[in-house]
Write a protein that binds this ligand. Structure first.
Ligand SMILES: [Zn+2]
Length: 272
């Protein structure tokens, strides 16, 4: 099981006495603040310990809208600030014997025409730091087929781009069911690390069942089907991977594929 914590953004409740740790808009950490950096490392250590010191820790760092908006952060070029933050967190995770995983979007320049139909929220400055980031970071490239959740795309050039830059890459769909198997095939064909299904807050009604089942089939190389009962799919997980703790199997594991290759399957990144 891999713990994750949003260590750049997605903050909504941190106010009052803690306000100085965050940018004025309250969405991002004030990453130039040494106290904020201390707290972040304390949280990583505590979570990593509580999860049994697993080999990976996801540091989030997506959608950092409104970063560098306080006077202290504004004095530093944002590329320098972001690089120090991402690389520093990865180094801390490494010091605990694990590898950092992070979302990809701030590392792609949104004005770059190559990424026109793909998720990207960075700029020229944040995209440039890619060459300087530690290569042991696992880039989690989340591509949700925005605007067309039924698309059948077969190629995700962003994943190849990160791979060419020397990173380990995981592809991450959401509820874009038609693209799941195609994305898994693309990841295998390009020698990527694996497949992470994101479920987020859509764990209501049938959504969670469809997400788990579809992504599991995609990750394990079998045709995506919604016509199979969830229990049967879950039992196949146990048989395939020789585990009888199904909850553990869902969380994170490897499964063999034809030809001895493996795909990493993680049906849900734990969100805390
Ligand atoms: Zn700041």
């Amino acid at each position: 099981m891999t713990p994750t914590k949003w260590l750049a953004s997605h903050l909504k409740e941190w106010y009052g006495d803690y306000a100085p740790l965050f940018e004025p808009g309250g969405w991002c950490w004030c990453i130039s603040n040494p106290e904020a950096q201390r707290v972040l490392r304390e949280m990583i250590a505590e979570l990593h310990e509580n999860f049994g010191t697993p080999p990976f820790f996801h540091i989030g760092c997506d959608e950092a809208f409104g970063a560098q908006s306080c006077p202290a952060c504004a004095r530093v070029p944002f590329g320098d600030l972001a690089l120090k933050h991402f690389a520093g967190l990865a180094e801390f995770v490494r010091s605990r014997g694990a590898r950092a995983m992070m979302w990809h979007d701030m590392l792609l320049d949104k004005s770059d025409p190559r990424w026109k139909d793909f998720v990207k929220f960075g700029n020229e400055t944040t995209a440039a730091i890619l060459d300087l980031l530690p290569k042991d970071i696992v880039i989690c490239d989340w591509q949700y087929s925005y605007g067309n959740m039924k698309e059948s795309r077969k190629n995700w050039p962003t994943m190849g781009y990160f791979k060419e830059k020397g990173f380990t890459v995981a592809g991450c769909p959401w509820m874009n069911y038609n693209a799941m198997k195609l994305m898994a095939d693309h990841l295998v064909a390009n020698g990527c690390f694996g497949f992470i299904e994101t479920t987020w807050h859509h764990l209501l009604g049938k959504d969670w069942e469809l997400m788990y089942m579809s992504s599991a089939h995609a990750a394990w190389g079998s045709p995506v089907s919604h016509g199979v009962s969830f229990q049967r799919s879950l039992r196949l997980v146990g048989t395939d991977m020789k585990v009888d703790n199904y909850l553990e199997a869902i969380s994170i594991t490897r499964s063999p594929l034809a030809g001895g290759r493996t795909r990493r399957s993680q049906c849900e990144v734990m969100r805390l």
